[in-house]
Design a protein around this ligand. Structure first.
Ligand code: HEC
Length: 111
C-alpha cells in the first residue's frame, strides 16, 4: 500500500503536467488576441503596433523593431512599463497579465 503511493502520485503529476501543457497551448492564441487589443487601444497612438497601421509618432520604435531588438521578454516589458523612467511614455497601469499578453503580441510581430 505505502509502496504504491509514490508512483500513483507521479502518475497524477504527469497527467497534470500534460493537462497544463495543453492549456498553455490554448491560452496562447487568446493571449495574443488580447495583447493585440491592448496594443491597439493603448499603444497605437504612438507606436506602430502591427502591419495594418501606417504611422505612429516620430522617433518611437515600432513593435516589430522592438521584437527585432530581442530585448523584450515579459519581465523586461513589465519593468519598463511599471517604472516609466522613459518619461515620454504615460504610466498606463497595466496588470501583469496584460503585460504578458502584450509581450506575447510584440514577439509575434515583424520578420
Ligand atoms: C504617448 C505615447 C506613447 C504611448 C501611448 C506608448 N508609448 Fe511606448 N514609447 C514611447 C516613446 C516616445 C518611446 C521611446 C523611448 C522613450 O520614451 O524615450 C517608447 C518606448 C517604448 C519601449 C522601449 C523600446 C526600446 O526598444 O527601448 C517599449 C517596450 C514600449 N514603448 C512599449 C509600449 C507599450 C507596450 C505601450 C502600450 C501599452 C506603449 N509603449 C505606449 C511613447 C509611447
Amino acid at each position: 500500500m505505502l509502496t504504491t503511493l509514490p508512483s500513483a502520485r507521479t502518475k497524477a503529476l504527469q497527467v497534470a503536467a500534460v493537462f497544463l501543457l495543453l492549456l498553455g497551448d490554448q491560452s496562447s492564441a487568446a493571449d495574443l488576441a488580447h495583447g493585440r487589443a491592448i496594443a491597439n487601444r493603448w499603444c497605437s497612438e504612438c507606436h506602430v503596433t502591427g502591419p495594418g497601421q501606417q504611422r505612429g509618432s516620430d522617433n518611437v520604435p515600432t513593435f516589430s523593431e522592438m521584437k527585432k531588438s530581442g530585448k523584450l521578454d515579459a519581465a523586461r516589458l513589465s519593468t519598463f512599463l511599471s517604472a516609466p523612467q522613459h518619461s515620454r511614455m504615460p504610466d498606463l497601469s497595466l496588470t501583469r497579465a496584460e503585460i504578458s499578453d502584450l509581450a506575447a503580441y510584440i514577439k509575434s510581430q515583424g520578420h
